[in-house]
Design a protein around this ligand. Structure first.
Ligand code: IMP
Ligand code: MG
Length: 194
């Protein structure tokens, strides 16, 4: 049976997100077109780096913000890749930003596997630092990091980012998976909030 396509009514825009929705693409900090081009480049670069490995790459996506980037990045790879997810959560009130626990961890063993962690944005560096520490203890053959955005202004711990999409100024950003209070992840471009 062929798939039957029906026209759905346009989704109603909720009033609290209207201000961001009304931005035309020219006002995006990074437009969806630029993101798409850069993600394809990263995909090529990553595929070249891992061209000779003899097991599929393990892409480990940090929930939730990196899911949109990871979905596009995965489809720009020309090498086999598996997909895993981890979730970091802060302890308590966040007085100690370094205290992160992992609320979800990868399912299988990583011993001898080539692992690429995929993150939306590296800010202080605490999140990827804590995740990498745990992943390293699982003895992968290699461990690299791809981050769509790098905001170096507020870095608190040293992080080596192997594949960076864009370095951005010290502004809070939303869109393309990045949220503010759980919202705006659906925006196709990246916007600065204030
Ligand atoms: P870090 O641990 O300070 O490096 O923060 C990284 C995490 O904070 C990312 O995984 C994001 O989920 C979140 N984050 C940091 N900056 C932003 C931002 O500008 N917009 C949305 N999320 C952010
Ligand atoms: Mg995140």
């Amino acid at each position: 049976m062929p798939e039957v396509l029906v026209t759905e009514p346009a989704r109603k825009i909720r009033s609290h997100i209207a201000p961001v929705r009304s931005h035309d693409p020219g006002h995006a900090m990074i437009t969806s077109t630029r993101i798409a081009r850069r993600v394809r480049e990263l995909g090529r670069q990553i595929s070249n780096v891992y061209a000779e490995i003899d097991t599929p790459l393990v892409m480990i996506v940090i929930l939730k913000g990196a899911t949109v980037f990871a979905a596009d990045l995965l489809r720009s790879l020309s090498i086999p890749a598996e997909l895993e997810f981890v979730r970091a959560a802060s302890y308590g009130s966040g007085v100690n930003p370094g205290a992160l626990r992992l609320a979800h961890m990868v399912d299988g063993p990583l011993v001898g596997r080539h692992v690429l962690v995929v993150e939306d944005i590296v800010d202080s560096g605490h999140t990827v630092n804590a995740i990498n520490r745990r992943l390293r203890s699982m003895k992968p053959a290699s461990l690299r990091l791809a981050a769509l955005l790098d905001r170096p202004a507020r870095r608190a711990v040293k992080v080596n980012i192997d594949f960076v999409g864009f370095a951005i100024p010290d502004r809070f950003v939303i869109g393309y998976g990045l949220d503010y209070a759980g919202l705006y992840r659906e925006l196709p471009g990246i916007y600065s909030l204030g």
